[in-house]
Design a protein around this ligand. Structure first.
Ligand code: FUB
Length: 347
């Protein structure tokens, strides 16, 4: 997220105006899951029948706002858990602290988690000591941690927002990437190009990435590939299709045999989705899952519990500040043709 300061200010200003007018006089459809800490970017999973939410832990820090989101200066993760939607939500305390990650520099951003053979894996992006985002992995015998980090980042990993998907054949895949402050534009053919310019309007949009995970869940089992998101005519989106193109916040879920890749459009603040027939895509754009929420960022996960589907998301209801968010949940409904009914977070 974020671009040059000037564009950012214009984007933030125009967004806050449009968001305010768009949601003016309306009430939120859901309340924050917890109110004693700020939480964001909720990755939800059902483990042993219970819901576990792996969010970012937003804090007010001394770091000044900059053009790459430096003020999103998170330093640890807490895992939230609940038996059912609407039930008591438990904050299980600190699951991983940045101080315990030897290679980490700053900014623990949106995590995700997975379970395999008695071990829980927490995947997280953090800037290394050269200020380049990499993906780390940490393990625990319990879903709420505490998690022990590996001593090095995942080899070949980069950018932000890991989403780990377990397919029905038992394979695990990581989707990831985010432009602007998420640094995806700095990578070409998986090679770091240094600090490059943000994508420009006349270019094809940057694509999210995928890699199958190795059997031990700690490495990529293959070269990182791009994930194609196509319009209804089969064309890739251009950067100026910014109400539909990928920006950040990948998520994958499977419903009735189809693969649903969902993501944030960043500067236009939608959560969109595209459907495909296998984990690698291509995926064809289908529409909006969640319209813009209060605050600049929009980030989500989609999970099933007891035959119902839920959308976890965040807004800034508690603080009114873009970098101090709170996670929420609402039910997600499908149409009979498998498309998703668009959610408006305020009515
Ligand atoms: O929480 C930091 C960043 O904000 C996430 O990585 C993005 O997806 C956005 O929500």
């Amino acid at each position: 997220m974020f671009q040059s300061k000037c564009l950012l200010m214009i984007a933030l200003l125009s967004y806050s105006i449009s968001a305010n007018s768009q949601n003016e006089g309306k009430k939120p459809i859901s309340q924050p899951l917890v109110k004693h800490i700020y939480t964001a970017d909720p990755s939800a999973h059902v483990f042993n029948g219970k819901i576990y939410v792996y969010p970012s832990h937003d804090i007010e820090s001394d770091t000044k706002e900059d053009d790459e989101g430096g003020h999103f200066d998170m330093k640890d993760f807490h895992v939230l858990s609940m038996d059912k939607i609407g039930g008591k939500v438990t904050d299980n305390g600190v699951a991983l602290d940045i101080k315990s990650i030897p290679w980490a520099g700053r900014q623990l951003w949106a995590p995700d988690a997975a379970y395999k053979n008695g071990t829980y894996y927490l995947y997280f992006p953090v800037k290394d000591k050269q200020d380049v985002f990499r993906m780390g992995v940490a393990t625990s015998k319990k879903p709420m941690g505490p998690f022990k980090p590996e001593t090095e980042p995942i080899k070949g990993s980069y950018s932000i927002d890991p989403a780990v998907f377990k397919d029905t054949d038992g394979s695990y895949y990581m989707y990831f990437g985010g432009i602007w402050g998420g640094q995806l534009q700095r990578w070409k053919d998986n090679v770091y190009q240094g600090k490059t310019e943000n994508p420009k309007k006349g270019e094809t949009a940057r694509l999210p990435r995928i890699a199958k995970l190795s059997a031990n869940m700690k490495n990529f089992a293959e070269e990182v590939k791009e994930v194609k998101i196509l319009d209804e005519k089969g064309n890739l989106f251009m950067e100026n299709n910014n109400d539909k193109r990928f920006f950040e916040a990948s998520w994958m879920h499977k419903y009735k045999g189809k693969y649903y890749f969902s993501y944030s459009t960043g500067d236009t603040h939608n959560i969109c989705y595209a459907m495909g027939d296998n984990p690698y895509g291509p995926f064809t754009y289908k529409g909006i899952v969640l319209k813009p929420v209060q605050g600049w960022t929009n980030h989500h996960s989609i999970v099933e519990q007891k035959g119902k589907w839920y959308l976890f998301y965040h807004d800034v209801q508690l603080s009114g500040k873009t970098h101090l968010r709170n996670v929420k949940v609402t039910e997600l409904m499908y149409n009979t043709d498998g498309t998703i009914q668009t959610i408006e977070a305020y009515k």
